[in-house]
Write a protein that binds this ligand. Structure first.
Ligand SMILES: [Zn+2]
Length: 193
């Protein structure tokens, strides 16, 4: 009994690892989220991705999430994630996977490039879990955006309500802003929010 249970657990872990690799996750994410050995994960990675995993450090800084376009992408993802977290009984990593899939579906529907990688999405949830980042409501549109903790909600204006001056100039970034304003409510509608 114990034996067959462990085979099932292992099968589920391999399935999870394959899903994460297909979404483009770094090897460190797989190491953190499964009990599979480094050697097995490396073999699995090469087989599924058809290449060796990229080396180097994971992004450790919260700065990226505070820049204009990444903040909007990260906020969209985190809204979906928080909703799933409250409304479903998925394991933590499966909530990240599901939320990321919904986020990329929204990006495809809007013909936008998903700026947020699965590895960054996973880091973002960790940053929120350990209190380094949180969400604050915009005082103009009421949307919830990724911010540092202790942001004063009464004064906080999001990147969509107050885009940087340069954002309006390029055609691409103008289209981006317009597209994303629609994407956020659409993604939440898709999850039944
Ligand atoms: Zn706003």
């Amino acid at each position: 009994m114990a034996r067959s249970k462990s085979v099932l657990t292992e099968a589920r872990q391999i399935e999870r690892a394959v899903t994460l690799i297909n979404l483009g996750a770094r090897l460190q994410v797989l190491e953190s989220e499964t009990d599979l050995s480094y050697e097995r994960l490396l073999r699995l990675y090469k087989e599924v991705a058809g290449k060796s995993p990229s080396k180097g450090q994971l992004p450790f800084s919260t700065d990226w999430f505070m820049t204009w376009q990444p903040n909007i992408h990260a906020s969209l993802f985190l809204n979906i994630h928080e909703y799933l977290n409250k409304s479903s009984a998925l394991d933590e990593i499966d909530t990240v996977i599901k939320a990321y899939q919904l986020y990329t579906e929204q990006m495809q529907a809007q013909d936008l490039e998903p700026l947020l990688s699965i590895t960054r999405a996973w880091r973002l949830v960790k940053f929120v879990d350990n209190g380094m980042l949180t969400m604050t409501g915009c005082c103009k549109c009421g949307g919830q955006y990724v911010t540092h903790p202790h942001e004063i909600a009464r004064h906080y204006v999001c990147g969509l309500c107050n885009p940087p001056a340069r954002a309006g100039k390029g055609k691409l970034s103008g289209r981006f802003t317009a597209g994303l304003a629609d994407a956020a409510p659409a993604a939440l509608a898709a999850t039944g929010h």
